[in-house]
Design a protein around this ligand. Sequence first.
Ligand code: ZN
Length: 288
Amino acid sequence: MRFANYAGRAAVTDGTRAVYVADASNGKFADEPDRIYAVWDEFTAWAQTVDPAEGFALEPAKLEAPSPQPRQVFAVGLNYAEHARESGLDKPTEPAVFTKFPSSVSGPQTVLELPTDTVDFEAELVAVVGRYSYRVPETQGWEHIAGLTVGQDISERTRQLTGPAPQFSLGKSFPGFSPTGPWLVTPDELDRRDDLGIGCSINGQVMQNGRTDDLIFSVPAIVAKLSAILPLLPGDLIFTGTPSGVGGARKPPVFLRDGDILETWVEGIGTITSTCRAGIPYPPADES
Ligand code: ZN
């Protein structure tokens, strides 16, 4: 099943057509995508009865973040061995976890404002939590995931490395720095949910190209590690790490520039597109 946020409304889609959840369920389920995650098991059982082919034609530009207001956004650094190596660091024995603040979450087709000239890209598989999850064993990790989506862990490398200790959370939380989408795909839709192709390109040139079976800490392992410490909440996002090829590790470095088209994909899920813009007057317009 594919769950989408279509212009702010919860929808079930087959990728080309969609039905609104609230309408098709006669109001049994909420219109707001955020509220669906709280009743995910009940919702997915109902969604089996829906045929999105009978719905309206999707306009891709109207797709928004599948979980637009998560209460927590986790991210795991250095979770692919080759990326740890290119970053000059050892392969971690424990996940390197930081947060991307929820205000940075955006959708699958967005303008990405570049606040500086050292903004980097990180293609990532993003897992969306589907249940209250506390002290979950790794063997049950997948049962707590509502689905998977495509994400970018956009990273302002100067801020990230400024100060006496790295500031991952700030450097990766400028507005729009967490694009996600184009929809959520439930794990049962994927023949090989632990081994998906992942990558990104700038203006058509492939910059990252990996597979999620290279993850050092798998999705269920991350669920176990995080939930051993704190509860994961329905709708929370987990950015699972990026394969090698990021711009800052290249010689010379490759950072995002005004006009760049950054496309990011995960096999079996889809592609998201970020159109880079520099020089937008500061402070940005209020988007409340
Ligand atoms: Zn990352």
